[in-house]
Design a protein around this ligand. Structure first.
Ligand code: C5P
Length: 232
């Protein structure tokens, strides 16, 4: 995949209101081309806001992690595809992935699967009724995602190299947990610098607080883009 360094940066708009998101997007200006909107902003007016971003020429990643019966997923994905979003997440259950691939048909929407939530460890999986380790389940779901025609995976930077070896070059790998050297880690435990994550094989980096909480968010975004460019 040939992408400009700037196209690879996705800024997470983890903000409580559309007004706060508008202020951040306007501060970041031309430095950021791609935004991620999750539950918090999505359920606080963020979906019409996302449509406005798309109309203004930005790319949008809707991190809604869908999972429901197939018909409901297909119809939901059709609606997201009509909005013109670029990425949408679903949980990596076979029925859900198949339904999502059907719903995006004919659009430019790309579906990203979440294999196993990074907050889960082996004990959490056992408590949920699974007789598999996190790494076994993540690998199995990654193969299923590829075989179902899913476009990409969301994964921690530490998983990128292994998942790339499982799914091959055709799938898009998107990684959060990115921290430029010297920035606060916050609640992220498995972190990597932008340059290292790209070198490991990530296609896109999701960055939230290191940009949103910087004294100068635009300069922080530009520095990350420079760091990505230095690794290509
Ligand atoms: O602020 P920070 O850079 O940690 O933000 C990372 C973004 O990526 C947040 O929106 C977070 O919800 C999301 N994310 C994550 N880890 C995952 C999946 C999504 O941090 N495994």
């Amino acid at each position: 995949m040939t992408l400009d360094a700037r196209e690879r940066l996705i800024v997470a708009l983890d903000l409580p209101t559309v007004a706060a998101a508008e202020a951040m997007v306007s501060r970041l200006g031309d430095s950021v081309w791609f935004y991620k909107i999750g539950y918090q902003l999505g359920f606080a007016g963020g979906l019409p806001f996302a449509a406005g971003l798309i109309a203004a020429g930005k790319q949008v990643f809707l991190d809604l992690k869908l999972h429901d019966i197939g018909n409901t997923v297909t119809k939901g994905v059709e609606s997201v595809a009509q909005m013109g979003a670029t990425f949408l997440t679903v949980h990596a259950y076979p029925q859900t992935m198949k339904a999502a691939v059907e719903g995006k048909r004919g659009s430019r929407l790309r579906i990203l699967a979440v294999t196993v939530l990074t907050s889960y460890d082996d004990a959490d999986l056992a408590a949920a009724g699974y007789d598999m380790s996190v790494s076994e389940l993540a690998a199995a779901r990654a193969s299923q995602a590829r075989d179902t025609g899913i476009d990409g995976l969301v994964c921690s930077p530490e998983e990128v190299a292994n998942l790339r070896s499982i799914v091959g070059p055709g799938m898009t790998l998107v990684t959060p947990g990115i921290r430029p050297a010297g920035s606060a880690t916050g609640d992220q435990k498995r972190i990597m610098t932008p340059a290292k994550a790209i070198a490991a094989g990530a296609d896109y980096l999701v960055v939230g607080r290191p940009i949103a909480e910087a004294a100068d968010p635009k300069a922080a975004a530009d520095a990350i883009v420079d760091e990505i460019a230095s690794r290509r």
